[in-house]
Structures are given as structure tokens and as C-alpha cells.
Design a protein around this ligand. Structure first.
Ligand code: SAM
Length: 291
């Protein structure tokens, strides 16, 4: 079903509803960027609610969500979908590769001290699919350029003289997970670090562009849009998270009541773990064969 409404009525609003309902209302080719960090279907509870489906049902839902999102995206737009590699691989092969001009699979790497298994390496990355609807997608290297690794190289000196602000980042990104003690942490169970969403948003939008944040969550990406002067549209199904987002936007900060309350033994635990990590680092560097 095609949306027939005017996009203006949706700008800078966060709806408390199912994203599929919102997507179906939005007009064709009306947003500059789609950013999706959905529930990954791995049993995580959001506010005590689990959205877990069978894998096949999940992929069916994920495909429908991507299909609607591409319809709403302008031809010059970009869509980024964050998920675990298997979910994104199925979505890509079953739908995106045929529907898009090009799909790139980026990797977000992080350190973790959970999820270890004795029979395989520990998962410490997520996949970020970057979907270009057409070859004419907007992409702003200067918004995200990193310092050149060899700035005295003749070719690089030429680039700098010609106004280049730096090199294009690689397609793997290292960003720390949002730690329980971090300033941006709320009681939401699964937040994306704001410096990661900031980079993605800046890479393909300019001030006043419209970003569709599919899943509001803690409001972290919506806050980034506000700070960067991007217009946003978003949906969050859960009432408590929705309230937190609205208060966060109104007040311009996360109120104490929404912060993760750690019990004193949990804080002690974190400190003990940090101490052990430091000790491990010292041990590893003193025993390294290749220095
Ligand atoms: C992975 S979290 C997003 C976290 C967000 N990236 C952040 O940094 O705060 C997914 C969110 O989607 C919400 N959600 C799950 N299913 C939904 C649906 N069908 N429509 C809208 N929101 C949904 C959950 O309540 C949860 O807050």
C-alpha cells in the first residue's frame, strides 16, 4: 500500500506505535536517510517485553520493513540497517541485493566481556548494511573524513592542497559499547553509541535533511539528529521508552530517573573487572614476543 500523506505533518515527531504502521502512512520518496537498529530477535527483552519470533518469521518481517523503508526513501537517499551478521545476511540475499543499486556490508567492532563460548570465537561485531537506492545517493566525505595516515606523501599533499579534508574512513568502525557507567546510558537495554550514529548520519545528510529513525529506543539517535540540526521522524512501540525519549528531547538531557541505577555491589564488580583488565594488559605487554 502506498502512503498518500504529506511528510510535513510527521517532521520532528516521535510516534508511540508500531513502525510498520507508521511506514505505511509515509509518502513515497520523502526522507533523505533511513536508520534502523531493530530488535535483533535474540531474546533480548525491552522493558520486559520480548519481540522474539521464529527466524523465518523475523526475516519475513525484516524484508517487509526494508521494502517499506526503501519506498519512503528518496532516490538520492541512503539506508543503514544495524543487526547481527546472520540476520543482515539473510535480508541482503533474500531481498536487498535485488532491490538496491548497491549494498555494502560494514562492520562495527567493539570490545566485550560477555557472550564467551568454549567452542567458538567470541562475537564482538555487528553488521551495518548500507543500501544505496540509486547510483545518485548523496554522500559527504568531508563530513566524516579522518586524518590521512601519511600526510607527507606527495599525492596526499596534492589532495590537501586541493582542499581535501582527509581520507574516507574504512568500512570497519571501532566504537566502544555504551557502558553502564557512561553519561549517555539510560535504563534501555540496548543502546547504540552516539559517536557511531553521529558518523553514519553525518556521512549522508546535511542540516535540515530528514532522517527516519525506525526504532526510537532510548532516543539516542534522535538526540543526535537534534544536535546536528537534522529533522527526524521516529516510532517507539514501548510506552516507557517513548516517554523517556519525549522527556529527553524536551529537557535536552537524560533525567536521573531514566539513568541506569547500579547497585553498590554492581559498581564494585565493575571496578574489580576494570582492575583485572588493567592487570591483564600489563601482563600481555610484558610477555609479548613481537613488540
Ligand atoms: C535495539 S532497540 C533500539 C535502541 C536505539 N538504537 C538506541 O540507541 O537507543 C529497538 C527498539 O525498538 C522497539 N521496538 C521493537 N519492535 C518495535 C516495532 N515493531 N515498532 C516500533 N518500535 C519497536 C523496542 O522497544 C526497542 O526500544
Amino acid at each position: 500500500m502506498k502512503g498518500k500523506t504529506n511528510i510535513e505533518g510527521y517532521i520532528n515527531k516521535v510516534f508511540q506505535k508500531d513502525i510498520m504502521g507508521l511506514l505505511r502512512e509515509l509518502p513515497d520518496k520523502s526522507v533523505d536517510m533511513v536508520y534502523g537498529d531493530p530488535d535483533y530477535n535474540v531474546g533480548i527483552k525491552y522493558n520486559n517485553i520480548s519481540y522474539t519470533k521464529t527466524f523465518d518469521e523475523y526475516i519475513e518481517w525484516y524484508i517487509e520493513m526494508a521494502e517499506q523503508s526503501l519506498r519512503v526513501l528518496k532516490d538520492t537517499g541512503n539506508m543503514f540497517l544495524i543487526n547481527y551478521p546472520k540476520q543482515n545476511a539473510y535480508l541482503r540475499v533474500k531481498y536487498l541485493d535485488k532491490a538496491c543499486y548497491e549494498v555494502s556490508d560494514y562492520v562495527w567492532l567493539y570490545n566485550t566481556n560477555v557472550g564467551h563460548s568454549p567452542k567458538r570465537f567470541t562475537t564482538a561485531h555487528r553488521s551495518i548494511l548500507h543500501c544505496r537506492k540509486t547510483k545518485d545517493n548523496h554522500f559527504y566525505k568531508d563530513n566524516v573524513a579522518l586524518p590521512y595516515k601519511n600526510p607527507t606523501d606527495k599525492r596526499i599533499l596534492g589532495n590537501i592542497a586541493n582542499g581535501s579534508k582527509g581520507r574516507m574512513p574504512y568500512d570497519w568502525f571501532y566504537f566502544d559499547l555504551v557502558k553502564n557507567v557512561s553519561k549517555e546510558k539510560t535504563f534501555h537495554s540496548c543502546q547504540i553509541p552516539q559517536n557511531l550514529s553521529e558518523m553514519l548520519i553525518k556521512s549522508c545528510t546535511m542540516p535540515r535533511d530528514i532522517v527516519l529513525i525506525l526504532f526510537g529506543g532510548s532516543g539516542s539517535e534522535i538526540e543526535v539528529c537534534n544536535i546536528l540540526n537534522r529533522q527526524y521522524i521516529s516510532a517507539e512501540i514501548d510506552e516507557k521508552y517513548h516517554k523517556m525519549i519525549m522527556d529527553r528531547l524536551k529537557k535536552g538531557h537524560i533525567e536521573e530517573k531514566y539513568k541506569l541505577r547500579l547497585k553498590s555491589y554492581e559498581l564494585d564488580n565493575i571496578e574489580a573487572q576494570l582492575f583485572l583488565l588493567e592487570k591483564q594488559k600489563e601482563y600481555l605487554s610484558s610477555n609479548r614476543t613481537v613488540k
